[in-house]
Design a protein around this ligand. Structure first.
Ligand code: AMP
Length: 308
């Protein structure tokens, strides 16, 4: 079981109706690694950081079994920076600032030691860079999962469409699925997006759960109703990390196993939102995760007698 994760390792500044984070560590690949490493080791990380990225964060990740050979550090430069503000419902957010910094001239290089990995998670990043990683792999991974966001649809749609042709699973939220497909109905959007390349499509709906589409099948997983949602940042990446981490650990890429993967991703995402940044992800144990998965099972389990 081997997994490559690609994405940003960043500084974020988050405003929610409940408080401001100040400058904290974030980034798609950071959340992905914290999440996937609950199920699979090593996580072969590919990213870029500036001189300002804390050494302590790197050693914490290394301690979790995350390989950092593919993380380039650019001395004298600043890490990627993103600032966002959540609305009262916490499902919608505005990007206040995106400073590419080291990302602007990033050329990901896949280390030799990562070659032969069976699973590839393309976290949110420029689509051309996601594609460059795919092209560097001498052997195509068994499963390529891709995350993206409206930001790249706005400024790099052509590259995004080229990259989409190469992936097996796409993960987007509902508004991004609508933007990408031009369809309001998520069923129609799923059909249109699957024609663009991915055989599987996951549409995330925040506190309303997630849908998995494949051929004529669809599976729905709820999100756990939480008493306190403090900061949704990274929930999507944490979900994706749990999803691919489970698939990589079990080495089973069937639709049925993807259902379990979605539940595991949802369970991890439910922890992520309980505190700012990755702080909650650093605290949880395997027992905590199991307990939460059981809550998911209880949430949707019922018996019913059919009318006929
Ligand atoms: P999520 O809430 O799961 O969508 O992910 C939030 C994380 O994505 C934050 O920690 C940001 O640093 C990172 N991020 C924000 N915008 C971008 C972008 N355009 N490309 C890559 N990563 C981003």
């Amino acid at each position: 079981m081997s997994l490559i994760v690609v994405g940003t390792m960043a500084f974020d500044a988050i405003e929610t109706p409940f408080g401001e984070s100040g400058r904290i560590v974030g980034g798609s690949a950071t959340y992905l690694a914290w999440s996937a490493s609950n199920f699979v080791k090593p996580v072969n990380q590919i990213s870029v950081i500036g001189e300002d990225f804390p050494e302590s964060e790197l050693s914490a990740l290394a301690g979790r079994g995350v390989h950092l050979e593919g993380v380039q550090r650019k001395m004298g430069q600043k890490s990627f920076f993103w600032a966002g503000r959540y609305h009262m419902d916490m499902n919608t957010r505005d990007t206040l600032d995106t400073q590419l910094n080291v990302l602007a001239d990033f050329n990901p290089v896949v280390p030799d030691s990562y070659q032969g990995s069976e699973f590839l998670m393309l976290g949110n990043l420029m689509p051309s860079l996601q594609l460059s990683v795919i092209r560097q792999l001498k052997q195509r991974p068994r499963l390529i999962v891709m995350d993206t966001m409206n930001f790249w649809m706005d400024i790099a749609m052509d590259d995004l469409l080229v990259t989409l042709r190469e992936v097996d699973v796409l993960m987007v939220n509902d508004s991004e699925a609508r933007q990408l497909s031009g369809e309001f109905s998520l069923v129609k959007a799923a059909k249109a997006i699957r024609k663009m390349g991915p055989r599987f499509l996951v549409i995330k709906k925040g506190e309303h759960g997630a849908l998995l589409f494949h051929e004529d099948q669809v599976f729905f997983a709820p999100a756990l109703p939480l008493e306190d949602v403090f900061d949704p940042t990274g929930a999507g990446d944490t979900f994706a990390g749990g999803f691919i981490g489970h698939l990589a650990a079990t080495r089973d890429i069937s639709f049925d196993n993807m259902k379990s993967a979605i539940i595991k991703g949802s369970a991890l995402a439910s922890f992520c939102v309980e505190k700012f940044g990755t702080s909650r992800m650093k605290e949880i144990s395997a027992a905590d995760i199991d307990q939460r998965i059981q809550q998911f099972v209880d949430l949707v389990n019922f018996e019913i007698t059919l009318a006929g």
